[in-house]
Ligand binder design. Structure first.
Ligand code: 4NP
Length: 152
């Protein structure tokens, strides 16, 4: 059975679509399924933010076909690993958990890295530089995750 990985942020238009696209590019699609969702429902059905689409394209990834969806309680059963971009996302995901098994699936994405600051900053209200920084942080984490997953 495929291992399912879910990337979660607040809006599901800036950070988690990048995380979905980046991790998908590093794993075997026959063995792993990667998706993303947002804890907030402000942009359901929308494409990723144009700045996320642009920074992904700069590194050869097309994330424009993704559509925003809201995180659901059933995702905590459905997915094997759930990565939160920041602590606020983490708390919101955990608030939907119904048992310990679900809670242990949830991690901060940057816990996979040596970064001292464990949060991927929300770039929504900032400039393009913020999206570049977010891309680099997520890329490092996804390298680590892909290495771990391929070793399984
Ligand atoms: P994301 O960024 O959580 O990385 O997708 C945000 C996108 C939209 C909003 C907040 C954060 N918003 O408030 O609409």
């Amino acid at each position: 059975m495929n291992t399912k990985v879910l990337m979660v942020c607040l809006g599901n238009i800036c950070r988690s679509p990048l995380a979905e696209g980046i991790l998908s590019s590093k794993i075997d699609p026959d063995r792993f399924f990667v998706d993303s969702a947002g804890t907030g429902g402000y942009h359901i059905g929308n494409r990723p933010d144009p700045r996320s689409i642009e920074v992904a394209a700069k590194y050869g990834l097309d994330i424009s076909a993704q559509r925003c969806r809201k995180l659901q309680a059933s995702d905590l059963d459905e997915f094997d690993l759930i990565y939160a971009m920041d602590r606020s996302n983490y708390k919101n995901i955990i608030s939907l958990a119904q048992n310990k098994l679900q809670i242990v699936k949830v991690r901060l994405l940057l816990d996979e890295t040596d970064e001292l600051n464990k949060e991927v900053p929300d770039p929504y209200y900032g400039g393009v530089d913020g999206f570049e920084k977010v891309y680099q942080l997520i890329d490092i984490a996804c390298d680590k995750i892909a290495q771990k997953l391929s070793a399984v």
